[in-house]
Design a protein. Structure first.
Length: 210
């Protein structure tokens, strides 16, 4: 069964540990999930799939058939679906059908322009930058010295809710150099965060819709 590139938020639980991350690929039979510390092959994982245009995530249970660590860009796992709600199966089928009519990666969540203080870290040092847009799955950071694609980073985003910054591991999936009508920066995909991170980011995203 062919798979297609899809990026949307995913929450998975394995051996009692919950991780908020994002998907890489999707098929009718399973899903590829980004993770810097993936579950072992054979592990059973409970998943919440934040599929497009859904008010609540769909629930699925899978078993890890492939897992890879090492290079951040390749780290993650493939989970074969064991149990999927019939409604979720139908929505997945529709997503894949729509994908057949499109080219390139399918971004399943809108991005909103923002101006938020952010710090990102590579290794031991934090760099203060500004976020220019935000989505449920990632953020674009304005920086004159963008790190290369596939670099693992940690990001701290200061949301305007009066609380401490929200923190997530991430990976650079896009590098933009300065050009006419374009600012230098990086697109970071969230790949390892807490439930608190997801709750606060989603709440802020909802406020941007109004």
């Amino acid at each position: 069964m062919p798979s297609a590139s899809f990026v949307f938020p995913v929450r998975y639980v394995s051996e009692g540990v919950a991780v908020q991350t994002t998907s890489r690929e999707l098929s009718a039979l399973g899903i590829a999930v980004r993770s810097l510390a993936p579950p072992h092959v054979g592990s059973r994982v409970s998943m919440a799939l934040y599929l497009p245009n859904a008010s609540v995530p769909e629930v699925a249970v899978g078993r890890v058939s492939r897992a890879k660590t090492g290079a951040p860009a390749e780290s993650g796992f493939w989970a074969d679906f064991i149990v999927v709600d019939p409604q979720a199966r139908m929505r997945i089928s529709h997503l894949l059908s729509d994908k057949d009519e499109q080219d390139g990666n399918h971004r399943s969540f809108p991005r909103y322009p923002v101006k938020l203080a952010v710090r990102y870290r590579i290794g031991g040092n934090f760099v203060a930058v500004e976020a220019l847009n935000l989505s449920r799955g990632g953020v674009f950071l304005r920086t004159d010295d963008p790190p290369p694609v596939d670099t693992a980073v940690e990001v701290e985003v200061q949301l305007p809710d009066g609380s401490a910054p929200v923190t997530s591991n991430g990976i650079v999936v896009h590098q933009q150099l300065a050009a006419p009508q374009k600012l230098a920066g990086i697109g970071v995909q969230f790949i390892g965060a807490s439930d608190g991170f997801r709750e606060r980011v989603d709440r802020y995203m909802e406020s941007l819709k109004s």
